[in-house]
Design a protein around this ligand. Structure first.
Ligand code: PBG
Length: 326
């Protein structure tokens, strides 16, 4: 007996495989996360994210130009301030490092690059939490919303086309949308970190931005519990109702079920964040000679697209796009 089904016929040659590929991965699908630090004279390498640095304003401009040359025309910016305080006031200071960087990028690139700003307080607070901390150590949701609104306006005024609230406070998208509209900035897009899980995979990022949570604390009282799947849908629906234009799942690889759920249930564009720990694991294994980093990255990032994400935030953006352009 001969088998009737012959899927292997379509796998015979690279050209055939390209023809029938259900999923593609291109530089247009990438958003590059970038760090800019205040008061630096030279870019400072980030040991936990090999190949990445804390940028000066000048090196940031060069980096974005290099990304755009290979087709990566979306970036998300994280500011690393020199001074921190209890409420994270550097986040909305018009001369704060993120705002200075946003202005520089819009000056250089205008509308040719989508410039996103991560909107959170943790890089700017002395205690490392994403919001206002009460005397008893708990995070005050509604007091934090007011500060997110101020930050959104400062980022919009500095030139961010997209603001991306990542603090997981309830009602953050609605509060930011209202503040932006009130300031006549209805043109500014909101990318909601809708389903953001309390994850060990953010470890290298916290080193990259110099964030340490006071008293060895964690974010489990505001970020999602990784035991939960339906809750992500509840979070994402609330964000869309409050005005989110784009929705994110974070991290990526351990949450592909969540990506698939949101793809099925929502019509807004969807993305996932392949986070620092996911990048660092691949890099660490590759450094041992145990696997090929870019092949591993392509396989994982394609899986994120296959699960239903339209685009992906990834520290591999530049290296893959450069490899493909050679
Ligand atoms: C919070 C924020 C974090 C990341 C992006 N935005 C860290 C956290 O929630 O602790 C993590 C990104 C990564 O790990 O690559 N501002």
């Amino acid at each position: 007996m001969f088998p009737a089904e012959r899927p292997r016929r379509l796998r015979r040659t690279p050209a055939l495989r390209r023809l029938v590929a259900e999923t593609t991965l291109t530089p247009a699908n990438f958003v590059a996360p970038l760090f800019v630090a205040e008061g630096l004279r030279e870019p400072r390498p980030i040991p936990t994210l090999p190949g990445h640095v804390q940028h000066t304003i000048e090196s940031l401009r060069d980096e974005v130009a290099a990304l755009a040359r290979v087709g990566v025309t979306s970036v998300i910016l994280f500011g690393v301030p020199e001074q921190k305080d209890e409420i994270g006031s550097g986040a909305w200071d018009p001369n704060g490092v993120a705002q200075v960087a946003l202005r520089a990028l819009r000056d250089d690139f205008g509308d040719d690059v989508v410039v996103m700003a991560d909107l959170c307080l943790d890089e700017y607070t002395s205690h490392g939490h994403c919001g206002v901390v009460r005397r008893d150590g708990t995070v005050d949701n509604d007091a934090t919303l007011e500060l997110y609104a101020r930050t959104a306006i400062a980022q919009a005024e500095a030139g961010a086309q997209v603001v991306a609230p990542s603090g997981m406070m309830d009602g953050q998208v609605g509060a930011i949308r209202a503040a932006l509209d009130e300031a006549s900035r209805d043109d500014v897009t909101i990318l909601a970190y809708a389903a953001k899980y309390a994850s060990v995979f953010y470890g290298p990022f916290r080193d990259a931005v110099g964030v340490e949570i006071v008293g060895g604390g964690d974010r489990k009282s505001y970020q999602q519990d990784f035991a939960n799947r339906r809750e992500a849908l509840r979070e994402a629906r609330a964000d869309v109702e409050q005005g989110a234009d784009l929705v994110m799942v974070k991290p990526a690889m351990s949450y592909l079920d969540v990506v698939a759920d949101l793809r099925r249930e929502l019509t807004v564009p969807l993305c996932a964040y392949h986070v620092s720990g996911e990048y660092a694991m691949i890099k660490a294994a590759a450094a041992q000679g145990w696997l090929d980093a870019s092949a591993a990255a392509v396989e994982q990032l394609t899986a994120v697209r296959r699960a239903g994400a339209d685009f992906v935030l990834t520290y591999f953006a530049r290296e893959l796009a450069e490899e493909w352009s050679r």
